[in-house]
Design a protein around this ligand. Structure first.
Ligand SMILES: NC(=O)c1ccc[n+]([C@@H]2O[C@H](COP(=O)([O-])OP(=O)(O)OC[C@H]3O[C@@H](n4cnc5c(N)ncnc54)[C@H](O)[C@@H]3O)[C@@H](O)[C@H]2O)c1
Length: 378
């Protein structure tokens, strides 16, 4: 574990001690195992013996210039067979590979927060990444106990590309008068571990605004927006979410020291700035407006070959963003509704809400021919 700041190293070790300590409390680890695991982490401020490493995960600040500098520096120090990976969530893997001498040994390795809880790791294949590099990174993720999924490079990769249209649906609902706490309750009842406003507080408004800009640039036709969204207003007013105890909700510490969300009038007052209508929505309408953009973007990722199979796409959504597992993922959800019924639902919404809700031509063909994403069981 290499950093440039002593405090950052200490913070990393403290976090590792805390997480292993919890496992000891739950009898999942013995104190001896904890000591062994901690001694396997070698904290350092210098590149020392990086010459012997097999695989590096770069996780420095999300700035392309800093990442370029760190990756090219590391590439010059490691063995020529070593694999370099980046934990970037928004920078193109092809773009980061441009300055490397051995782009075939480089790919993305994208973890999800909270990293010790979320099983998914996206392994992002760049245009020049070799199969051997992908294979080694997949094996490394598995050895960590993670569930890797291999995806091709695009803005947002697979998971964030699908998640941000869902947040887009949320912003539109709020602007048309939906109460964000009600939206959260409806989506939680639908099966999500947390509703979209709460999820945004956990992700952090700064991260969401930045990722949203990347998505809007990558897919302007459906993801670029005129005017401010509720997310932007939260960010402009320094309501970053759980990280500074205020976002769509305010956060207090519960008895165990964990953040507990409470309703906050100040958040409602800010959201009012973007509310343009005073519509009321049924639970069914809220679900449709939230789920259709997410499902359609999953369809596009499959059509664009970002992900290889419906099963992998659905698994990534369940393991990476907590898609209700009993619904089986976005493509399974479309199949369960019936492709034709889904297309009709989306078309109805697209008339009013625009391209975020417009089905693809291939999906229309599927609706006509009766095709499904998964083979129909006999
Ligand atoms: N925060 C998230 O939700 C999230 C999720 C997935 C991926 N990521 C990615 O993880 C990476 C880190 O994000 P974070 O939120 O932990 O950021 P952070 O700012 O908390 O941590 C970055 C660390 O990099 C260190 N650093 C900076 N320059 C360095 C250098 N030249 N050499 C070595 N270390 C250096 C900093 O001292 C700091 O400790 C980013 O690429 C981010 O996109 C973040």
């Amino acid at each position: 574990m290499k950093d440039i700041k002593e405090e950052a190293i200490e913070l990393g070790l403290k976090e590792a001690r805390k997480l292993f300590g919890k496992q000891v409390e739950r009898n999942k680890l013995t104190t001896e195992q904890m000591a062994e695991k901690l001694s396997n982490i070698r904290p350092t401020l210098s590149y020392g013996d990086f010459g012997h490493v097999d695989l590096v995960v770069e996780a420095v600040v999300e700035n392309p210039k800093v990442k370029d500098a760190v990756l090219t520096e590391v590439e010059g120090l490691v063995d020529e067979k070593a694999i370099l990976t980046s934990n970037t969530s928004t920078i193109s893997i092809n773009r980061l590979a441009e300055n490397l001498k051995r782009p075939e040994n480089f790919c993305g390795m994208h973890f999800f927060n909270p990293v010790h809880r979320m099983p998914l790791v996206e392994v992002i294949r760049g245009e020049k990444t070799s199969d051997a590099a992908v294979g080694a990174t997949v094996a490394y993720a598995r050895a960590m106990g993670k569930t890797p999924i291999v995806v091709n490079d695009c803005p947002g990769f697979l998971v964030n590309r699908v998640l941000f249209p869902y947040f887009g649906g949320f912003s539109l609902l709020v602007e048309q008068g939906a109460d964000f706490q009600h939206v959260d309750k409806v989506m939680e009842k639908f099966g999500w571990p947390m509703g979209p406003a709460y999820l945004l507080d956990v992700v952090g408004m700064d991260t969401a605004v930045h990722a949203n800009e990347v998505m809007a640039e990558g897919f302007p036709d459906r993801m670029a927006r005129d005017g401010k969204t509720a997310i932007q207003v939260m960010y402009d007013n320094e309501r970053l979410g759980q990280k500074n105890d205020k976002g769509f909700y305010a956060y207090e510490e519960d008895k165990k020291g964990k953040p507990k969300k409470v309703s906050d009038d100040a958040a409602y007052a800010l959201v009012k700035q973007v509310v343009k209508e005073e519509k009321t929505f049924s639970d069914e309408e809220i679900i449709a407006r939230m789920m259709v953009p997410l499902c359609l973007e999953t369809v596009r990722c499959l059509e664009d070959d970002i992900v290889a199979t419906p099963a992998e796409a659905d698994m990534a959504l369940i393991y990476g963003i907590g898609f209700p597992p009993f619904r089986g993922g976005a493509l399974r959800y479309i199949d369960a509704m019936g492709v034709a019924a889904f297309v009709e639902l989306a078309d109805g919404l697209a008339d009013e809400l625009g391209p975020l809700y417009a089905p693809t031509d291939k999906l229309r063909d599927m609706a006509k021919s009766g095709d499904t994403f998964y083979a129909k069981s006999a």
